[in-house]
Design a protein around this ligand. Sequence first.
Ligand code: HEC
Ligand code: HEC
Length: 364
Amino acid sequence: MNTKILISAIIVLITSMTSCDHTVDYQEIYYFTMNGNELQRPTDYRKWIFVGSPTTPNDMNNGKAAFPEFHNVYIDPLSYKEWKATGKWREGTILVKELVSVGAKSAASGNGYFMGDFIGLEATVKSKKYFPSEPGNWAYFSFTTPKGNDLKNSTKAFGKSDCNSCHAANAQDDFVFTQHYPVLRAAMGIGEDIVPENSDARKSTSKIDIWAPTAPTPKGFNMGIPLEKDALFAYLKSGDYKSFKNQENDKHPSQGPHTKVGLPVKVFMTDMIASSLAANREQHDKGAGIVKEMFNEKGELAGWAVMVKTQEDSEAGLGWFWYEVTSTTDSDAIAAIGNGVQGCISCHNIGARDFVRTTFPLNP
Ligand code: HEC
Ligand code: HEC
């Protein structure tokens, strides 16, 4: 039996549903087409909603990831609309997963994983009508051929144990891995007319605070600059760091967000870090420290940023203590304090020598 749902039928349904209650009306509009027991390959998914791009590179999976490598995931627009309205997957939901290889591993922006070629296409469909006996009524398909860049035009569903059972066991929301799709988390049940990008839901999708420390700061560590919150603030207020021999003669416009790009900053370095930079060493010594004064529009001192190395090995930034305060009177006006602050690290990774970004020598 050929059960194609035609575009014209969709248009008729859409026009007839405008005044009715949404949850019922678009139930029967499918963005997929069954050809007997085979799913026809959707060809218009680039017009759907892009929900995320999980990446399982081969070189992090013993040379052969189970699902190579970039997974670009799209959902059909009406199911997304229903997800926004109700936080549930409607009858007829389809998600498509386009597989793309890792191409380059470095680019002008840095090292990383950059998309290579198309290597496959998979899909999952929720339908009681077509898959009454699949768990959750979700069925799983692959249009991928051994040649990778060719695709099948239609395909049968996999058996439960091939796909469905892993999704059932590990996916967050009714077989869909929303834990890996911020676009879907931000939209879940927020209401059909709400723009997720303007809603509080967007903020709450991330459980990760990039300004929180991710490694312990050694207790009582003090190789010149104290790291404990109140002691550090008192040290900065005292201006002791102004006696460092290695300091900028003048303020310079900040190239980073301290506190805003373009506002004046002034850098003071301990001898330890200055000699390490002068020797062009890969890693600076434990105890090396930098204080950066940050000024406001009027040229008044408005806070400090501090970096101190608390161990010999930088350990991807965990071995650095990071601190930023945006007041000279309120020790609680803290942007970040502690080791391994990912928000600081993610930017101090780029074009830096062991996380130090200021150009050296300080006064060329
Ligand atoms: C061992 C666990 C596992 C198995 C088996 C599995 N998947 Fe998935 N699948 C995932 C994970 C995890 C994600 C989300 C993250 C990602 O794409 O890496 C996902 C995502 C998907 C998506 C995107 C929509 C969604 O549900 O999040 C599709 C489509 C998909 N898989 C199809 C398949 C197909 C087809 C098979 C069987 C050939 C299959 N999966 C087998 C773990 C699995
Ligand atoms: C968006 C990028 C970015 C982020 C995020 C960032 N910085 Fe910076 N930071 C810079 C740049 C660029 C410089 C050097 C250039 C300048 O100051 O003009 C710098 C300089 C510094 C310096 C002077 C020493 C050096 O490395 O050159 C300190 C100290 C500092 N940052 C601390 C921090 C702390 C602490 C955080 C987190 C609260 C942080 N930074 C977050 C970009 C960033």
